[in-house]
Design a protein around this ligand. Structure first.
Ligand code: NFS
Length: 653
């Protein structure tokens, strides 16, 4: 049988699914094999009803679509459309958060407050808003309004892009990829991929980048900042991850999706004495609220709520037979949940007007009635508890300890005084050769790779080579589950230099910085590294890189494009459907470096990918004339042998 996952809990639940006669994404994906080769190469065009057209990749048959579009145009347009869809999803999330904050400031929501006033003031000042009144609500309204304006802005530059280092901005202006407004660039992108529009692959790709920059430095950045303001900036917090966090004797509520507005409220309501009492009345010991996908990351970062699993585990959480309700909002929600939930007692509840699933119960979320709706949902889950069929319950034992909750502001906070984080320990570590660099490992799961294998293998390889990891999204979910966010346990995987830094600063070697919109924290952390000095005057000079080793969603396309356009070389796998066009492939994997100082690495083998990223970091170190690495990489030896080698290396230094 095909290898499915490296996660024991996942394998156990896949076995159970088989016994229970439940079909999951793993089997549905198999049923799609063999995949269409034209589609895989990106050479199938469906932009008009003369199509679908496809180009013969072997150069024998048709070389153009019916309208005359070339293969390069087709491949670029497909990527650009995917990017526009992904950027719109992230940015619409940002808009909803801004709307919630605005309504809260006007006193029109139920149960919300403004938690991080300090960040509100910092951002208000950055936006040039007069803060002298000290009136939190007034300032929140102005900040939220300013952010909402960025979506529809027609001219100028998106406000938050101004945070980028000068060189980066100059580059974007020169290439005309500086976004004017967040929505504006997405709409223009969609216009450009209409039949009979842009046929120049490079022009198409550059506009896709413009829309993507509007996402990363606009919509996503706004989502992060305003979520921090409204729900509180995260702080290091201990929790647990994997399906083992579900309770044998507790009411289990799984929240899944992305926007924290409803899930924050569900956590709050579920922890209330009223709901705990109701749970006891129904025979349960307590109520457990655990998350899947990025909702998990949001409530983990701020509330310490446990993470039940990542993208490919959403159906498997239900297969445990122990979930009373799965509540979903937006994005990455498999429609297949409605085939799995009826096999058990689980209630599937949709809450967004943008997401309805046939067969699911729909309780539409409205911020004006947020507490009431959350109470209704939690009550419904608790009342479902007596219907749990004990004979069909099997909860995997797996759950790992972790520390999450890192941000650009707090990661080196205690070293830099109360108001200013200092990136000195990080930059110094890199300069002295203790740390090779920093790599962001992010993104989804994909049935085309063995679940979690790429995230884990890639990350472990980098840790051995003294690379500090920052993580978000379902990648973070994976790394949490496998103990890499445990500040003590994870050190066994680290090279000596990285280990020293982690021990001195008191952080795990893999820093969880949040959900996928929080990739914006990785950008702002890079700004701080540039500001601190000594390792380059532009992000593209820093010894940093990115990777999405199991990418799946169109949001990942947008993320990949804005990260590379920000000067961060990025490994992306499975690759964009790009291999049908040599020119598009060459632009993304080589030429982009001339324009943006970074490029894509499309590599399927996670070990080889890690080696390529290490070579990239070393190239950056060399260009900066940094000292050679202080210690040799950890080479699969035991901890004792490693300690010996470390001592020898220190003695020889
Ligand atoms: Ni990111 Fe989050 Fe996960 Fe992928 Fe989906 S949850 S926004 S898209 S699958 S990491």
């Amino acid at each position: 049988m095909k290898e499915r996952s490296v996660d024991k809990a996942t394998l156990q639940m896949l076995e159970k699914a088989k016994c229970d006669n439940v079909c999951t994404a793993f089997e549905r994906s198999d049923m799609q094999d063999p995949r269409c080769g034209f589609g895989e190469l990106g050479v199938c065009c469906q932009q008009c009803y003369m199509g679908p057209c496809r180009v013969d990749p072997f150069g024998k048959g048709a070389q153009y679509g019916a309208c005359g579009i070339s293969v390069d145009g087709i491949v670029a347009r497909n990527i650009a459309r995917a990017c526009a869809v992904g950027a719109s999803a992230h940015s619409d999330h940002g808009r909803d958060i801004a709307h919630n904050l605005y309504m809260t400031a006007l006193g029109k929501t139920q149960g919300y407050s403004i938690v991080d006033e300090r960040k509100l003031f910092v951002i208000a000042e950055e936006f040039g808003i007069d803060t002298s009144s000290g009136d939190t609500k007034k300032l929140a309204a102005e900040v939220a309004h300013k952010c909402l304006e960025q979506f529809g802005q027609q001219e100028g530059e998106v406000l938050t892009t101004q945070r980028a280092p000068e060189k980066q901005k100059e580059r974007w202006r020169k290439l005309k990829v500086m976004p004017r407004g967040i929505d504006r660039e997405i709409v223009e992108m969609l216009h450009m991929v209409h039949v009979g529009m842009d046929a120049d692959y490079k022009n198409t790709l550059l506009h896709a980048i413009k829309a993507a920059v509007g996402d990363g430095w606009g919509g996503s950045m706004i989502a992060t900042d305003l979520t921090d303001i409204q729900f509180g900036s995260p702080n290091p917090v201990r929790s647990k991850a994997n399906l083992g966090v579900l309770g044998e004797n507790t009411v289990n509520i799984v929240v899944h999706g992305h926007e924290p507005t409803l899930s924050e409220m569900i956590v709050k309501v579920a922890r209330s004495p009223e709901m705990k009492a109701l749970a006891k009345q129904k025979g349960a010991e307590d109520v457990t609220v655990a998350g899947i996908c990025c909702t998990a990351n949001e409530i983990l970062m701020r509330q310490g709520a446990p993470l039940a699993g990542n993208y490919l585990q959403q159906e498997l959480a239900i297969v445990t037979g122990a979930v009373e309700a799965m509540i979903v909002d937006v994005q990455c929600i498999m429609p297949g949940l409605n085939q799995v939930a009826p096999c058990y007692h689980t209630k599937l509840i949709t809450t967004s007007k943008k997401v309805r699933i046939p067969g699911a119960i729909h309780y539409q979320f409205e911020e004006e009635r947020a507490v009431d709706i959350a109470k209704k949902i939690v009550t419904e889950a608790i009342e479902n508890y007596p219907k749990r069929d004990r004979k069909r319950v099997q909860i995997p034992a797996e759950s790992s300890e972790l520390v999450a909750g890192f941000t650009t502001e707090n990661v080196f906070y205690h070293l830099g005084g109360k108001f200013r984080p200092s990136y000195k320990p990080l930059n110094e570590g890199i300069i002295q050769g203790r740390l090779r660099g920093v790599v962001g490992v992010v993104g989804c799961n994909n049935t085309k790779t063995v679940h979690d294998y790429n995230h884990l293998t890639f990350t472990k390889e980098l840790l051995k080579h003294d690379v500090l990891i920052v993580t978000t999204g379902c990648s973070a979910g994976c790394l949490c589950k496998h103990g890499l966010l445990d500040s003590e346990d994870a050190l066994q995987y680290c090279g000596y230099g990285l280990r020293e830094i982690c021990e001195a600063v008191g952080i795990p070697p893999v820093l969880h910085v949040g959900s996928c919109v929080d990739n914006s924290r990785i950008l702002t952390a890079c700004i701080e590294m540039v500001k601190e000095g000594g390792i380059g005057t532009d992000i593209s000079q820093l010894p940093v890189a990115g990777s999405a080793p199991e990418a799946m969603s169109h949001k990942a396309t947008s993320i990949g494009l804005y990260v590379v356009a920000s000067g961060i070389t990025t490994h992306f796998n499975p690759p964009f459907q790009v291999h049908g066009s040599k020119k598009v492939l060459d632009y993304l994997s080589n030429e982009m470096e001339k324009d943006f100082g970074a490029n894509f690495i499309f590599e399927g083998d996670p070990k080889k990918a890690a080696q390529k990223i290490i070579a990239h970091l070393d190239k950056k170190r060399e260009a900066l004339k940094l000292k050679p690495m202080m210690y040799p990489p950890l080479n699969g030896e035991t901890e004792k042998a490693a300690a010996k080698k470390q001592a020898a290396a220190v003695a020889g230094n």
